[in-house]
Design a protein around this ligand. Structure first.
Ligand SMILES: *Cc1c(COP(=O)(O)O)cnc(C)c1O
Length: 830
């Protein structure tokens, strides 16, 4: 039988060291003695990649030749994190790497850290896409991830001496990028602008300018599946580097203008905002990567065929739309089928609707992406025609299903009247087979609220797939000590590819010795984090305190302000002697969060956290008791270092606002207890780990709705401020300049918002939050109880593997599965 699995320990450490030496010499032109850490990183990356390439080629060949429908995951963001450790793990070279580094005289961690982190996403949505491609490959499912290689990813966050965030460009491609293979020979032309003309009774798009889309391929190895898929990220190039005629007229700038315009398309990742931005460049990005990807898929599955039978397209590949960003793919596939391949409307529509599925990531109706019809018309005139026709047909269909004219009007894909808008979520729902939310609660709210009319008429389209995270990166690699203990406890390491096996740890929660060792792992991880925080940020961290973390994008709905107000209240009560120092559980409170550059209240919150940290950390009266850290530039690296060391995880969003969350899953798997609201996937985490092992507080979705109905955001929050002395004291301290050297204006917007609007009900949930914190301290005081609960969190969180999410998509949405093993594939071909 041919070897299809990248074998474990394919070569010895000595041989691997030789390969690295060879790359150093032949590609970097240096000897190991001359080599820098960065040289060694690049050479190691190339040597590792080389071990994966045969399985990559074979996976592609099997996919094209075989009969297994592939998955195309279309996403504007892939927040990959560093690649080296993950690739080593999947190539079966982790141990050889450690030894080879020792042999070459380099520190393995330094080599790993010298890789720039590709930050091609804002947060959860982009990280989800990265976890999903990892799981697809690990399950052996033939798949493409399709997206954009931004030249600048998510900005680098730094803080100034006032504690304010400022943004620096993330120029992650300054050095050689050994993972991305730029394939100039598989470029695709993407057109824009112009007009639609009538030719021989047919509508023909005559575009005005085009851009060259060039694929940069990243290998996506599976863990022990022997499969390596492709993540194809597109980069934009001009067709003509400079316009010689313009150049010769002496207009140097004008001569390169086209090039600049074309290459701007993939220049920068848009920072996430609470409302989607109507930026023309963003629409260009969306169309650019989707059009290139659809053409690429046709070329891949019908190689060399001039007149392919595209009615079979939905049996070759199914596309998942990760939020609305790639939804322009629906009219684009219609256009390709009709205008490029001559199919009639009905055939094209049948193929298209069987090809796409849509994942919705939001709940707020106002956060659903819309584009002005005028803008689409200017950039993509033929697509606007197609969208209008889709809308017209859809309204006809609705009229045949219901007499409720108001409902039909609400459901229009293109709004009527002046300033017509195209509603991308509606286009996706009408033009695809399935729509899913990302946690049980979220999917229910989608059906009941956000897309209610659609659910009324097309209930079969709606389903749920609860998010997950990859256990390879977020347990096996991030937490080697815990991984070893789990493997020992279970007597096998098969949990890495089947996380439901963690259940087998449940009986060990009654084994005091095992619980003790679980606690020792956490303590060692805390010491590691303290060392990392010292080295990377210059922080003094006392590992003999409770590590309490809140890391996620800064958003009002996530309510970092609830946590910082509770910290201030804590501090005040220590200072006033209300809380005796000896009764106090020493804590290190850790925040990590970036704010969208234009989001003023979020930025003010960051400034407040930094200055609370400064005041508390410099107050000798609370030294060793309370410490607040805000490591800047929260990214995957920080997540991988902090999560294994965290004991208390904060998931305190306003109920009904967090679609799922995936940070919550990473923490539970790594043995942190969660303090959280009944929101997103918290609900399912709590049900699985056991209600007694989760610190629940705060209002429910229904209670939130009731409070809005009473007019909460029209001034009611002030009543909470007036009636809770602790809350009043904390807010007063923010207002009176305690955290701004006496300046009362610094946090004016934040204070005003709390007292007059507080849309996300921070004040209303404050009392419950402070109450649960007291309970947390009581539990923490008894180490055995705490770590027993922590162990049960790990043991019962196997469900939150992204492997399980992918299995759910395969069953409920994509209706496909893994590539068969070699032998079966051969017999089918015979
Ligand atoms: C997991 C992750 C997120 C998502 O966190 P949530 O708490 O679910 O919002 C965001 N950013 C990074 C770097 C992550 O690893």
């Amino acid at each position: 039988m041919t070897q299809m699995t990248a074998p474990h320990a394919p070569i010895t450490a000595e041989a691997f060291a030789d390969e690295i030496r060879n790359y150093l010499l032949t590609e970097q032109g240096v000897t190991p003695q001359e080599a820098t850490v960065k040289d060694v990183y690049v050479a190691t990356a190339k040597a590792t990649r080389n071990h994966l390439v045969p399985a990559w080629a074979k996976t592609r060949a099997d996919m094209v030749k075989g009969n297994t429908k592939a998955v195309g995951y279309l996403s504007a963001e892939f927040l990959l994190g560093r690649q080296l450790r993950n690739s080593l793990l999947d190539a079966g070279l982790s141990e050889q790497f450690s030894k080879a580094m020792a042999e070459l005289g380099f520190d393995a961690n330094e080599v790993v850290f010298s890789e720039p982190e590709p930050g091609l996403g804002n947060g959860g949505l982009g990280r989800l896409a990265a976890c999903f491609v990892d799981s697809l490959a690990s399950l052996g499912v033939p798949a493409f991830g399709y997206g954009i290689q931004y030249q600048y990813g998510i900005f680098r966050q730094e803080f100034d001496d006032q504690g304010r965030q400022y943004e620096r460009a993330d120029y992650w491609l300054t050095n050689e990028n050994p993972w991305g293979h730029t394939d100039y020979n598989r470029d695709v032309r993407v057109n824009f602008g112009g007009s639609v003309q009538e030719k021989d009774g047919k509508r023909v798009w005559v575009p005005d300018w085009s851009v060259r889309a060039i694929p940069v391929d990243y290998l996506v190895p599976g863990y022990e599946s022997g499969r390596v898929n492709t993540l194809r990220l597109w980069t934009a190039k001009a067709y003509h580097e400079i316009d010689l005629r313009t150049f010769n007229r002496g207009d140097y700038y004008g001569a390169v203008h086209n090039q600049i315009q074309a290459e701007d398309i993939t220049k920068i990742l848009y920072p996430e905002d609470s409302t989607p931005q109507g930026k023309e460049l963003r629409l260009q990005q969306q169309y650019f990567f989707v059009s290139a990807s659809l053409h690429d898929a046709i070329r891949t599955f019908y190689p060399g065929q001039e007149k392919p039978d595209l009615t079979t397209f939905p049996t070759k590949i199914t596309f998942q739309l990760n939020d609305t960003h790639p939804v322009i793919g629906i009219p684009e596939l219609m256009r390709i089928l009709m205008d490029e391949y001559g199919y009639d409307w009905d055939t094209a529509w049948d193929v298209t609707t069987r090809t796409f599925n849509y994942t919705c990531h939001t709940l707020l109706p106002e956060a659903l992406e819309v584009w002005p019809a005028d803008l689409i018309g200017k950039l993509l005139p033929r697509h606007l025609e197609i969208i209008r026709k889709i809308n017209e047909n859809f309204v006809k269909l609705l009229s045949s299903l219901t007499d409720d004219q108001a409902k039909i009007d609400r459901m229009r894909i293109v709004t009527e009247g002046d300033n017509q808008q195209v509603r991308m979520a509606y286009l996706a729902t009408a033009g695809g087979s399935h729509v899913n939310g990302v946690a049980e609660l979220h999917s229910q709210l989608l059906k009941d609220v956000t897309l209610r009319d659609f659910n009324d008429l097309f209930p079969a389209k709606f389903t749920n797939v609860t998010n997950g995270v990859t256990p390879r990166r977020f347990v096996r690699i991030a937490n080697p000590r815990l991984s070893d203990l789990i493997t020992e406890g279970l007597g096998t390491d098969s949990w890495v590819s089947d996380l439901s096996k963690l259940e087998g740890l449940v009986p060990l929660a009654d084994d005091d010795e095992f619980v003790h060792r679980f606690a020792e792992v956490k303590r060692a991880n805390k010491r590691d984090f303290a060392a990392f925080a010292k080295e990377r940020y210059g922080f003094e961290v006392n590992p003999n305190t409770m590590f309490d973390s809140m890391i996620k994008r800064l958003h009002e709905y996530k309510r970092q302000s609830l946590k910082i107000l509770a910290v201030i209240s804590r501090y005040a009560s220590l200072k006033s002697g209300q809380t005796k120092l000896e009764d106090f559980t020493p804590r290190t409170v850790i925040f990590g969060a970036k704010a969208a550059p234009g989001y003023a209240l979020a930025k003010e919150t960051i400034q407040l956290i930094n200055n609370v940290s400064r005041v508390i950390n410099n107050d000798p009266e609370v030294e060793g008791k309370l410490n607040v850290l805000f490591p800047w530039n929260y990214n995957i690296e920080l997540a991988q270092n902090l999560i294994p060391a965290t004991e208390l995880d904060e998931q305190i969003s306003q109920a009904g606002k967090e679609a799922s969350g995936t940070g919550n899953m990473k923490f539970a798997l790594n043995g942190a207890l969660t303090v959280g609201t009944l929101d997103g996937a918290n609900v399912e985490i709590r049900d699985r780990v056991g209600h007694e092992n989760f610190f629940l507080f705060g209002m429910t979705v229904d209670e939130v709705e009731d409070l809005y109905a009473k007019g909460y955001d029209k001034g009611m929050s002030r009543q909470y401020y007036e009636s809770d002395p602790r809350l009043k004291q904390a807010i007063d301290m923010v207002a009176d300049g305690t955290f701004s050297n006496g300046d009362k204006s610094t946090y004016q917007n934040l204070v005003n918002d709390w007292l007059n609007k507080d849309y996300f009900m921070t004040l209303a949930d404050f009392r419950a939050y402070v109450g649960i914190q007291a309970e947390i301290e009581k539990t923490y005081a008894d180490e055995k109880t705490w770590f027993r609960k922590a162990l049960l969190n790990t043991a019962r969180s196997g469900y939150f593997s992204s492997d399980r999410s992918i299995a759910d998509y395969l069953e409920r949405v994509w209706l496909t599965g893994p590539l068969p093993e070699d032998e079966k594939l051969k017999s089918r071909e015979d």
